[in-house]
Ligand binder design. Structure first.
Ligand SMILES: [Zn+2]
Length: 207
């Protein structure tokens, strides 16, 4: 079995591709499939490998994937993402003073052992003060307000903000009964480990 690399990418459909390159298997799946039930992912793996090696596709697997793809919930989700991705504007990770990908990668190494997958990162359009940062799960994007891209804004403030959003990646929203639990106890405990937490919060308060 050759080494296998699987990536979820921001496709607007349920696209999947597989290639064998330099002895490595590279599979790309739409991030719409990231939360698919395990049997469905199993079927996708079967279908991709069968296609690659020109083997017959097992009927059960084919049927299971088709059923999943045509289910109302998946269709609705695909439609929503297609509309939203089509219209959403991005300003990219490169600011005047800070590059969000560089800051993300260094935080990832320092606090997450480099294990967090990097989402899309973008500066906001305006110098928004009401929303300093948020993680947009539908677009797998972290948006950071441009107020942090100024020489008067210390790096630790930006780092804290991004760190907070990265914790949202690590601790997805859970339902506790009918309540959405956004900042769980584990979330808050990890957030408290940020070394310059007090300074960062004080800076944000002054904003
Ligand atoms: Zn939060």
């Amino acid at each position: 079995m050759p080494p296998l690399q699987v990536r979820f990418r921001r496709f607007t459909s349920l696209n999947t591709t597989i290639r064998l390159r330099e002895g490595k298997l590279l599979a790309s799946l739409s991030d719409l499939l990231e939360g698919a039930p395990e049997p469905v992912l199993h079927s996708i793996a079967h279908i991709l490998l069968a296609k690659l090696y020109r083997k017959p596709i097992d009927h059960t697997h084919n049927l299971r994937f088709k059923r999943f793809a045509s289910s109302a919930a998946v269709q609705r989700q695909t439609e929503l993402i297609r509309t939203a991705r089509g219209s959403k504007r991005y300003f990219g990770p490169e600011g005047r003073y800070f590059h969000l990908e560089e800051v993300f990668d260094s935080l990832n190494m320092r606090f997450f052992g480099g294990l967090l997958g990097r989402p899309e990162l973008t500066w906001s359009e305006h110098h928004a003060k009401r929303s300093l940062g948020h993680y947009d799960a539908a677009h797998n994007t972290i948006v950071v307000s441009r107020v942090f891209d100024r020489p008067s804004s210390p790096r630790y403030a930006l780092e804290y903000l991004l760190y907070h959003e990265m914790l949202h990646l690590k601790h997805p929203v859970r339902m506790r009964g009918i309540r959405r639990c956004v900042h769980s106890r584990e979330f808050k405990a990890e957030e408290a480990q940020f070394p310059q937490l007090a300074e960062a919060l004080a800076f944000i308060k002054r904003l």
